[in-house]
Design a protein around this ligand. Sequence first.
Ligand code: AMP
Ligand code: FE
Ligand code: FE
Ligand code: ZN
Length: 290
Amino acid sequence: MGAARPRVDLHTHSTASDGTDTPAELMVRAGEAGLDVVALTDHDTTAGWGSAAAALPQGLTLVPGLEISCVSTLGGRSVSLHLLAYLVNPDHPPLAAELAALRESRLGRGEEMVRRLRAAGHPVTWSRVEELAAGGSVGRPHVARALMDAGLVPSVEAAFRDEWIGHGGRYWVPKVDLDPVHAVRLVAEAGGVSVFAHPLASARGPVVGEEVIEAMAEAGLGGIEVDHPEHAPEARRRAAQIAVSLGLLATGSSDYHGTSKPQGLGAETTDPGVYAALVDRGTGSAPVRG
Ligand code: AMP
Ligand code: FE
Ligand code: FE
Ligand code: ZN
């Protein structure tokens, strides 16, 4: 145990999706950052779990997780949202099938964005995007880096503006995502605990109303992220209130993506008591202690 009070970061990305550290590098860095517990939560995949577990430094605990792409269509509005899932059984057939479909949709949608960019004369290639994705879940950050390599944008951030691939932007193409209530049930069936990621991060695009969070809570949602780098103080206050009123765990996490995002590992953390409650509820897989 590094410190008297364990430091718990429940949301990180590796090269299994849109992070820039391999799962093994991520574990080493998490140890160096003084974390005691780190969850690996790649987008729509559990592919990094094995190599992360194999690289755990002594004293660091890995919580196997993932972040499931969802879309809420309640009230005729289409809002994308992310559901963190911890301690699921990765071989639960319905979950594994849905995740495979989500990754497939990411591929086709990535190719379509590149096709539209090329049709408009921008010199990005699908092979470069594939190379950047390195066999992991393909995401907009890979397309963003290809745009950067081609000298079309100065940063990954800049590619997320409306002129490029930001939500609803000129070259943005939606993916086929899961209904959040269905996803919450699926995670529970797979023995996992679900946490609504960055529910009020409005700079990324529209966020859902509280009625969606209520419906997810009724379906078995375990918690919501309160402390997140993209939550302003007011968003944190509101998220904390929602957690209390719906009886949900309130987590905090960095959402580390390596060099794709500014925040470091452990930039936000989860209360150790909340972490213990979360582990108590997960039965599909177990934390791995290095
Ligand atoms: P995708 O899942 O392919 O739609 O891509 C969404 C991912 O892009 C998120 O998980 C973030 O990692 C990243 N992202 C979203 N908005 C931004 C932004 N404004 N700047 C940089 N990265 C972003
Ligand atoms: Fe991401
Ligand atoms: Fe997310
Ligand atoms: Zn994330």
